[in-house]
Design a protein around this ligand. Structure first.
Ligand SMILES: CC(C)(COP(=O)(O)OP(=O)(O)OC[C@H]1O[C@@H](n2cnc3c(N)ncnc32)[C@H](O)[C@@H]1OP(=O)(O)O)[C@@H](O)C(=O)NCCC(=O)NCCS
Length: 424
């Protein structure tokens, strides 16, 4: 048996499989930083392995993954402690957790989650991709539309219809129908917001997401837009990405599948509502110049940090604003990162490293313990700075170089050991 999704939800399914004496061959996850879960290996390249269960709690993401894994054999599992009437129909990929009860005549769709202690009474109809959270109670003849999420300990009285991709808050008592795409909660349960959209609760929850744009519609811009998608999926924040600003690209032109160019600096400085901005420019001086030309007080600069960023001791980590930290970076202890830096992936910051402002670390740059970095420095791919070296401002370190002595401001260094490079 294989599981797709190495999350907390997968841990519960692993327990169920163990209780059923079903061998788990491997898990899969798109996050390449997860390599093991509860001693089971996590792989990243799915090659049609079956049978599989998509072990992701979020209904929208679960559907996306199921769509991606088309034509494979999905398994259905039920914990032995669940009580399920023999007169129940259940689709593929559905998981019934510990202590859930499903009564006679109920119809359960595919890829649903009937969570711990959930109670689904007689003749309920539960469509595909529904999640009935722990201890939620659906009385008889309740109809739950595709992708709906019933919060923990909610109670739905007999005969009520819950619309597709809607969300019923934890502890709610639902006494009347909930339309498609609504967020409803409370006792009695009331509709608090609604979007016409029925493609996923994910989109509905985006109601509260803050708007964000990227300045720079080049390669780094696309990487940052992809990073925002990743944060939305796996991180703690939720962003509503609205598009790119770029002075060298035509307004309305598409930037891969991520979005369109909305305008240039003038347009950015005219934005009238709060807008988060990531500056996706890889040259440190240009980064600095762009940021200093943004005069609009509505623009603010969050840190965009890939969920895979690992910090040995988060209590000693300090960070300013406007930083972009891409996949696979790590920091140990007592690390300080200033403002508007780019850590372009797989960067390592040792103990007591201090990074100033507007620095760009290309992929795989490593700063050893107690290195201090000033402003607007560019560190080439795979370059290394040895321990305790102080790098001032505007230094360029060539790809693959190892800096062993203090460099002069504004100069370029290359080689192992890195030597000053004189341009002819
Ligand atoms: C309904 C829900 C999705 C709303 O999330 P949200 O849109 O992020 O809402 P917020 O947290 O911003 O809260 C907005 C307001 O609604 C209230 N509220 C949120 N959820 C509520 C609930 N379930 N019941 C009553 N009030 C609720 C908040 O107290 C807040 O009130 P305030 O504006 O007076 O401060 C969420 O709170 C919820 O209940 N999720 C279900 C969680 C669950 O069951 N998980 C099971 C996992 S297995």
């Amino acid at each position: 048996m294989y599981l797709y999704g190495a999350s907390g939800h997968a841990k519960v399914i692993i327990d169920i499989l163990k209780a059923l004496n079903i061998k788990i061959d491997a898990l899969f996850d798109d996050d390449i930083t997860i390599n093991e879960l509860l001693s089971t290996p996590v792989k990243h390249q799915w090659q049609g392995e079956s049978p599989v269960i998509v072990s992701i709690g979020n209904n929208t993401v679960r559907k996306q993954i199921v769509d991606k894994l088309q034509q494979c054999d999905f398994a259905t599992v039920r914990h032995p402690s669940a009580i399920i009437s023999p007169n129940v129909r259940m689709g593929k990929g559905t998981v019934v957790m510990q202590g859930a009860i499903i009564q006679s005549g109920a119809t359960i769709g595919s890829h649903c989650i009937l969570n711990t202690g959930a109670s689904v009474d007689h003749e309920c109809i539960i469509e595909d991709f529904v999640h009935v959270s722990p201890q939620a109670t659906l009385c008889g003849n309740v109809h739950v539309g595709e992708g709906a999420w019933i919060g923990a300990a909610a109670v739905v009285i007999p005969g009520v219809r819950i619309g597709k991709w809607s969300i019923v808050g934890a502890g709610s008592v639902v006494v009347q129908d909930v339309p498609d795409g609504a967020i409803a909660y409370g006792n009695p349960c009331r509709i608090r917001s609604q979007q016409g959209c029925c493609s996923g609760n994910h989109d509905i929850a985006d109601d509260s997401a803050k708007r964000i744009a990227v300045y720079g519609a080049g390669g780094l811009g696309r990487e940052v837009a992809g990073g925002i998608e990743k944060i939305n999926k796996f991180g703690k924040e939720r962003w509503n990405f609205i598009g790119f600003f770029d002075d060298n690209k035509q307004v309305g032109s598409s930037v891969s599948h991520y979005g369109e160019v909305l305008g240039g600096m003038e347009d950015l400085n005219s934005v009238s509502e709060p807008l988060a901005l990531a500056i996706a420019i890889g040259d440190p001086r240009t980064r600095y110049n762009i940021q200093s030309r943004i005069t609009n007080p509505n623009i603010y600069y969050p840190n965009l940090i890939a969920p895979s960023f690992k910090i040995l001791d988060p209590s000693t980590f300090k960070i300013g604003q406007g930083n972009i930290i891409q996949e696979g970076c790590s920091a140990t202890c007592d690390v300080t990162v200033g403002n508007f830096n780019v850590l372009n992936g797989s960067n390592v910051l040792g103990h007591d490293v201090v990074v100033g402002d507007f620095n760009v670390l290309m992929p795989a740059v490593r700063l050893s313990g107690a290195v201090r970095v000033g402003c607007c420095n560019l560190f080439g791919v795979d370059s290394v700075v040895l321990q305790k070296i102080h790098v001032g401002d505007n230094v360029t370190l060539g790809a693959g170089s190892v800096l062993m002595t203090k460099p002069k401001d504004g100069q370029t260094y290359i080689g192992v050991p890195a030597k000053k490079f004189e341009f002819e």
